[in-house]
Write a protein that binds this ligand. Sequence first.
Ligand code: PGA
Length: 244
Amino acid sequence: MEIKVYQNYEEMALHIAGYIADFVHRKPDALLCFPSGDTPSGVFKQLVVMDREGKVDFRHCTFVGLDEWVGLGRDDQGSCEGFMYDHLFVPLGIDESSIHFFDAKAADLRAECIRMDRLMEQKGPIDLMFLGIGMNGHLGLNEPGVDFASTSSVVQLDEVTRSVGQKYFQNQTRLERGITLGIKQIMDSRTVILGASGAKKANIVRQAVRGEVTNRVPGSILQRHGHSVVFLDREAAAGLEGTV
Ligand code: PGA
C-alpha cells in the first residue's frame, strides 16, 4: 500500500486526476469504477478540464457504477448515478452504452446483483477502482461487518452512513438500504486508489491504513491489495504522523 500526502484537498484532487489520466493513457480501453461523493468532486472537475484541453480521452473506456441508495436513480437528487452523470459522464460526453449502473429501483434487487456480477465476470476485473472511505470505514456501501468475500449485494446501511449520507440531499431523506459492488470485486481490481481529505477522516484513515485488517473497518482490507495507492491531504494523514 503506497501512501501519498498532499498539502490540501485541491492538490490531492489534482494528483488523483493526473494518476487517472496517466492510467487511461496507458490503457485507453480501461474498465473504470469511480465513487460519488465529496472526495471525487474536485477530481472530476479536473478531469473535465483535462478532457477539454485534450489531455485525457475516456472515449474507449467503460464505466461501472460502484453503489447506489436503494430506491433512487439517475433523476433523483442525491443519487450516486445522478452525481456521476452530472459531474463526469455528461461533461465528458460518455456514451450511455459504456456506462453500467445498478438499477436501485428494480423490483428484484437480488436479480440486479446477479446481473451486475455477471457483467463483472464478462467485462472484469476492473482495471482502475477509485474509492473514497466512509466515516465508518466503508468502501462503496460495504459497511462494517461485511463479508470480505462478498460480490454485489443489497446491504442494510449502518447508522453512521444513514446520518452522514444526509449531506448529499437537499431534504432529510430516509436511507435504509444500499446496493453495492462487493469487497471481492474491489480486491480483484487490478489497481485500487483511495482518496481521503480533511481532519474528520484522520481517525478512520489511521485505522484503515495502520490498524488491524478487520471487517469492522472495511477499508483495512486494502492493506492486502497488491497494488493500492492512498491519496491523502495533510489533515487526513494527521494520524499517520511519523509513519509515512
Ligand atoms: P465522501 O464519502 O467522499 O463524501 O466523504 C466517502 C464515502 O462515504 O465513501
